[in-house]
Design a protein around this ligand. Structure first.
Ligand code: 5GP
Length: 204
């Protein structure tokens, strides 16, 4: 782990979380894990570290769709260097809360990456299956480097050995939504990350 991560609070060390705001979407959230302010501060911290790391190298910042969209938008604006942005789309989840265990390739990059410094930006890493599949596929294209930046890391779910160089928060082993993360397509527009009330997906 890099220096920026030393200050990251473990989930278990955090004080009790605030209840969700009394809003339409908030009524489906059991508890807020990371507020919009927590996330904004973490993104700035990651951006500072990435700026130092990639200074003078014009990295290709690759968002893994769809959940990455608020994170990558905020992250690249926190990086004070020349960079390029591209997107890939793979899916290991169906419409529910459990991984299907099978990674499907839905959209490839628009450009070759030979000799490029590639930074993969992911909303959350759980089993590690998605990023393992992606990094192995991209390494065959001979990039200069590949690093991973994940906002949330659900370490309890890990089944694959994946090196995450840039990590925002430790995430408890619960199904979370918000700040890009969905349940059945909804909740991506919540400005915070929270645990979905199980009553929402009861009977799945
Ligand atoms: P992995 O392949 O590491 O098991 O899972 C990565 C992908 O699974 C993420 O990009 C995300 O789309 C989805 N995912 C994993 N955990 C969660 C979660 O708690 N909530 C949501 N909404 N998606 C998740």
């Amino acid at each position: 782990m890099r220096g920026f991560d030393r200050g990251a609070r473990s989930w278990y060390a955090r004080p009790a979380m605030s209840p969700p705001p009394d809003t339409l979407l908030g009524s489906s959230i059991k508890e807020v894990l990371f507020t919009a302010e927590d996330i904004a501060a973490k993104v700035q911290e990651l951006g500072r570290g990435l700026t130092e790391h990639y200074r003078g190298r014009r990295p290709l910042v690759v968002g893994i769709l769809t959940g990455c969209f608020p994170f990558i938008a905020d992250l690249v604006r926190a990086m004070d260097i020349e960079l390029e942005v591209d997107f890939m789309s793979v899916s290991s989840y169906g419409a529910g809360t459990k991984s299907s265990g099978v990674v499907r390739f839905l959209k490839d990059l628009d450009q070759p990456i030979e000799g490029r410094d590639v930074l993969l930006v992911e909303d959350i890493i759980d089993t590690g299956l998605t990023l393992k599949y992606l990094t192995e596929a991209l390494h065959t294209r001979k990039p200069a480097s590949i690093q991973i930046c994940a906002l949330l890391d659900k370490q309890a779910g890990r089944t694959q050995n994946v090196e995450v160089q840039w990590r925002g928060f430790d995430c408890p082993d619960a199904f979370v939504v918000g700040y890009g993360l969905d349940y059945s397509g909804a909740y991506r527009n919540l400005p915070y990350v929270g645990v979905l009330d199980p009553s929402v997906y009861k009977g799945e």
